[in-house]
Structures are given as C-alpha cells and as structure tokens.
Ligand binder design. Sequence first.
Ligand code: PMV
Length: 309
Amino acid sequence: MGVWANRQGRGHAFGKVILLGEHAVVYGVPALATGLRQGIQALALPGPAGRSHLSAPSWGLEATPDGRGPLDTAFRVILEELKMLDRGAEVVLDAEIPAGAGLGASAATAVATARALAALAGETLGLERLAEVALASERVFHGNPSGLDHSLAIHGGVRYFLRADAFAPVRVAVGFPLLVGYSGQVGATRDTVSAVAAFYRAHRAETEARFRAVAELVEAGRAAVESGDLFALGACLTENHGILRGLGVSTPALDRMVDLALEAGALGAKLTGGGGGGCAIALAPRDPGRVEAAWARSGFTSFVTEVRA
Ligand code: PMV
C-alpha cells in the first residue's frame, strides 16, 4: 500500500442514552435518545503492514483483525470496509464511557475508529459512508441493530429516531441534568433483543399493544422535552420502565435503582438501552446529588450528563 497521507488521524464519537423507546424501536416504533457529552476519542497511527492493533486502556481491552472475539471481528470489519486491512494501523481509544453498559460504546468505538483511520489515510468519510461502516461493525455485536446507537454516536444531541435514515433533532426548551447510573452488571443487549423477539412470537397481540403504549410515551416525551415539562418527561420515563420490566429485560438491580431514584425525589427513572444489566437513568433536575448519594449508598456508581437546550 502507499505511504500514509497523514502521520496520525483522530476521530470522535458521542456516547448515548436512550430516554424512551428501546426494544420497541427494533419493531419500528420511534425512540427518543440523547448523545452524551462523554464519548470516545480515537487516535490512529501507522503500524506494521497487515498487523493492525486496537487498544482501549480504560476498558483493559485489545483487538487485532485476526482475533476471535467480537471486538476483534468488529475491528476487522471496519478495516475491511475502509479497504485498510493490508495496511497497518495502531488505534488507541480514549473512552470516557464504560463498555457494555448500554451507553453506545460499541457504536462509538466504530465511529471514532473509522473516523481516525480515514483521517490517517488522508480521507474524510461522508456521513452516509460512516454510518454504513458503523452499522457493519454494530452487526457483530448486536445482530440486528436498529441503527440508533451509531446515529447518535455520529451526531449527538437529542434525537427523535425512527430509522437510521430518518431521525430528527429535537429542540430542548429547558436544559436539564440527567443521571446515568451503572447497575454493576454488564448489559446483555443481544440476549435481551432475542428474548423480546421470542416474547413477541409467543404473545404477538399483547406485545404490539405494549409497543403502542411505548410509542405514545415517546411522543409525549418528545413534546415534554420541546415544551420543557420535566414532570411529564419524568412520568414517561417511569412508565416506560414498567413496560420494559414487563417485557423481561430489567433486572433486580435496575428495578432497585429506579425505586431508589424515585424515593430520593427523582421525577422519573428507568433502565436505558438493552437492559439485562447496564445502566439506569434518573431525572432529578432540582437535586441530582440526592439520587447520586442514594445510588452510591447501595453501591451503584453514576455520573451526571447535561442535556443542553
Ligand atoms: O444496549 P444498547 O445501548 O446497545 O441499546 C440497545 C437498544 C435496543 O433498542 C434494545 C436495540 C437496538 O438495536 O435499538
């Protein structure tokens, strides 16, 4: 291959939290999600030809394109998509979000890595192409991803999401802090998506009714964000959690986090992302510290992200 055009390339991607609509979104229901200020920075440097390597020190993870784990495979897919498998690149990720927590880490990894590799080669990926590369990588982790994660990873902001090619920015009337807490258990999106699919096959009409209820919550939540009605938004969150729980994707730890948040004065709380572990979010605009403290007393770590107007 030719000489690298640039001696290094950098790429950024946002983490995300789903405010409303996970799982139902796989069945064509809209979802409401927000990019996180926290995300991933990738740095790509030239490496020995054909021997690319990726590392994420904060996760203690490494990957090579000929390895057998999902991150190895995803890395190979990205290199193949970019026609860079024969070249050698050393990619280092600076990740501000935990992996396997439902915060879009795999999609953010794909987006940041693809951007950095393309920049190293002296190219800029168009948004559509970037989305294709990220989706190919996401399929390794999630089988049949809705595309929400990589869309948010690329664009950030609050988005009303229907499909990867149909998602609209949402105007935030009043910015608010959002608490993101980790249940201590790695999320299991692939398993929970399969479990919901099995539930859907077995109880089609009932599941569709639940998805219709989620769709209404997403519309109400969007209106609440656009009008600055945080009480209404909070109520939507808690109700959505109840539906997710009914679908079997919550865990005792996530339910406990929701209960603790509400007891500590949150306007609403729910699991976020695939569930089966991972994270919960809580809306406590007046005193997020009380929820943080309540979670911390029970051993749940958390951080606050700002949803900006
Ligand atoms: O766990 P996460 O952050 O990857 O979110 C998964 C969201 C689902 O709706 C369950 C699946 C999807 O592809 O949208």
